[in-house]
Design a protein around this ligand. Structure first.
Ligand SMILES: Cc1cc2ncn([C@H]3O[C@H](COP(=O)(O)O)[C@@H](O)[C@H]3O)c2cc1C
Ligand SMILES: O=C(O)c1cccnc1
Length: 347
């Protein structure tokens, strides 16, 4: 793994203190903008700027297939991954709608779809044609896991260089809640039953089957939970690895990361494992319905901003939360102070 992935600066605590004092001089009762105030301070610490901007957001959606779908772990067929990539490229998916709404830059990356796709707007970075079925074989080699992380890293640098001031990571990969649950079981040490959920909408019986597939897979593969590359290679996914790499790049460039739901949080945990400072640059946008998400968030040490009952992925929860994060930056930038507005301060 190339060294630069680990080169992440610490947050600027001094700037945070300055901004905190400045927020207290704005025309509102002390602390009355609650978590918006915390967000404004965090963003300043991340960007090392008193008046940071998060506009425009950059959205990267990584798409890849999962061999584990052969075991019947998703409510939808594997072919939906490819079909949804075409939907993204035609502008019809939820993430397209929300990206347009917030004026975001949006890139769709094929990092491992199991078929050949041809579209001028598709970024073709296919590492392999989907992962192996990890019940029977490793999902991928270590080299492929590292390559997928590196691709995510490069795509992130590219969209940041095009002007993205914060980063939203999305994913598309039928079967990826199974891979994510397998990784989380190892990272958390929790019972698999406690963290497996419905994904795209499997039944209670389907959930039991998914649990037994994960249990058997973990016995068969026996990944080393202290080695994130081994986790990805044995039971992970190419799009998960891509998101991990993208987060490491954003953090290294002091660009805030808007973490989406369950799958994205698993990528965030892997990024944190590779480079602990990475989590200083993460804002968790919402609470996913997937039961594993709460467990993953407690490992990440973050509290989500919203709970909208979402269980989609694609980066959608992060995109719909973006305006709130933007509000935090505009509050600091545009509000008057007690002094400038001639408003009396607290008795
Ligand atoms: C039409 C459609 C669009 C989606 N967009 C995201 N996902 C989400 O569902 C998948 C994970 O769930 P599971 O592990 O149960 O397959 C991922 O592709 C995820 O991004 C979708 C799923 C479907 C069916
Ligand atoms: O929260 C998520 O990321 C999620 C949940 C279900 C299906 N796909 C993604």
């Amino acid at each position: 793994m190339t060294k630069h992935l680990y080169n992440i600066p610490g947050k600027s605590i001094d700037i945070g203190k300055q901004v905190s004092n400045y927020i207290n001089s704005l025309t509102k009762p002390l602390g009355s903008l609650g978590r918006l105030e915390e967000l404004a301070i965090s963003l300043a610490e991340m960007k090392n700027e008193s008046f940071p901007s998060v506009s425009p957001a950059g959205v990267l959606v990584f798409a890849a297939d999962h061999g584990i779908t052969d075991e019947g772990v998703s409510a939808y067929p594997k072919a939906v991954t490819e079909q949804m990539v075409l939907n993204f490229l035609n502008g019809g998916a939820a993430i397209n709608v929300f990206s347009r709404q917030i004026g975001a830059l949006l890139n769709i990356i094929d990092i491992g779809v199991a078929s050949d796709l041809d579209h001028s707007d598709l970024i073709n970075k296919k590492v392999r044609y989907g992962t192996g079925n990890f019940l029977r074989e490793d999902a991928m080699s270590r080299e492929e896991a590292e390559k997928a992380i590196e691709i995510g890293y490069e795509e992130s640098i590219e969209i940041i260089n095009k002007g993205a001031q914060c980063l939203i990571l999305g994913e598309m990969g039928i079967g990826n809640t199974t891979a994510s649950s397998a990784i989380l079981a190892l990272l958390s040490g929790k019972a698999i039953e406690a963290l497996v959920g419905t994904g795209t909408g499997i039944t209670e019986e389907g959930i039991q089957h998914k649990v037994s597939v994960i249990k058997q897979s973990l016995q068969n593969r026996n990944p080393d939970s202290s080695d994130p590359i081994d986790l990805i290679a044995k039971v992970g996914g190419l799009e998960i690895a891509g998101m991990t790499g993208a987060m490491l790049a954003a953090a290294s460039m002091r660009v805030p990361i808007l973490v989406d739901g369950f799958i994205c949080t698993i990528a965030a945990l892997l990024a944190k494992q590779l480079s602990p400072n990475a989590s200083d640059y993460m804002i968790v946008t919402h609470q996913s319905v997937e039961p594993g998400h709460q467990i993953a968030l407690s490992l990440l040490g973050k509290k989500p901003l919203l709970d909208l009952g979402l269980r989609l992925g694609e980066g959608t929860g992060a995109a719909v939360t973006y305006p709130i994060i933007q509000s935090a930056t505009l509050m600091v930038k545009e509000m008057a102070t007690f002094e400038s507005a001639g408003v009396s301060q607290k008795n």
